[in-house]
Design a protein around this ligand. Structure first.
Ligand SMILES: Nc1ncnc2c1ncn2[C@@H]1O[C@H](COP(=O)(O)OP(=O)(O)OP(=O)(O)O)[C@@H](O)[C@H]1O
Ligand SMILES: [Mg+2]
Length: 254
């Protein structure tokens, strides 16, 4: 579904990604792991058009994404969450979720000019979908709250709900459980499992190794901007390079 070919990204001459190549297979959950500063968020930013790779190619279902602006990439069916929440604090929870449905609402203006009843019907449908999504994430009772006053865990869930409500073909999740307590982490883990079993394709960046090893079909390991290993969770667990570069370092700091 997603294919990276020798993707590099430099910031002022310093490499954040160097010749990274891997594929994200359809219907699978691929975890992207690596120490702080390994280039994980940079990679998601390159895929979603927030950043332009310095070199290399990125394909989504055979279509090259290089040079496409972020809104066009989103319209192709790629959604994401951000490591540092990007939600609209003054909008209500429901309105935040509705912003995740702009792809479907894209022709509203045209409909508005042509046939108003259709537009109202469409709006009702979108609202219904947003409410269903809130229900799934346990946020239904807070639909009309401004997001700014929610607890951190709820804000993370609002972002997840927004990223998934439009039924995107590919979802990129940048540390969706960072900062959550173990109960909240388990709930999000369960949600990701459900999404995977319903056929969603996901790229999950996560430092929580228990979650990653439990949930991922495939793991890609970045270290200092390089892809040092790709494999099943079991293969990654036993890979000496990974142990050295990442898990070893984690143990050392534990
Ligand atoms: N906009 C930027 N300008 C300059 N350097 C950047 C920029 N974004 C990232 N970097 C640098 O690129 C490298 C990779 O950063 P990135 O945020 O992608 O790492 P990460 O793997 O997501 O780390 P973390 O686990 O801490 O989120 C780091 O050295 C970082 O300082
Ligand atoms: Mg990051």
């Amino acid at each position: 579904m997603l294919q990276l070919e020798q993707v590099s990204k430099n910031f002022g001459g310093l490499p954040a990604l160097s010749d990274v190549s891997f594929t994200v297979p359809k219907g699978k959950l691929t975890a992207l792991i690596g120490p702080n500063g390994a280039g994980k968020s940079t990679l998601v930013n390159c895929v979603t058009g927030v950043l332009e790779p310095s070199s290399g190619k990125i394909y989504f279902q055979q279509q090259q994404l290089n040079n496409l602006p972020a809104h066009k990439i989103s319209r192709l069916g790629i959604s994401r969450t951000f490591q540092n929440l990007k939600i609209f604090p003054r909008l209500t929870v429901l309105d935040n979720i509705l912003t995740g449905l702009t792809r479907e609402g894209g022709d509203s203006m045209l409909l508005a000019m042509l046939r108003l009843p259709d537009l109202r019907h469409r709006e009702r449908q979108l609202k219904l979908r947003a409410l269903e999504s809130l229900d799934r994430f346990g946020l239904a009772d807070k639909a009309n709250w401004p997001v700014g006053i929610l607890a951190y865990g709820d804000k993370k869930r609002v972002e997840l709900a927004r990223a998934t409500v439009g039924q995107p073909q590919l979802i990129l999740l940048d540390e969706p459980v960072a900062g959550l307590n173990s109960e909240e982490t388990a709930a999000v883990g369960q949600q990701l499992r459900l999404m995977r079993s319903s056929g969603h394709t996901m790229l999950l960046i996560e430092h929580d190794m228990d979650l990653v090893m439990d949930i991922a079909d495939q793991v890609v390991v970045l270290d200092s901007g390089r892809c040092i290993a790709t494999g099943t969770p079991d293969e990654i667990r036993r890979n000496p390079l990974v142990l050295e570069a990442y898990l070893g370092r984690m143990d050392a700091t534990a």
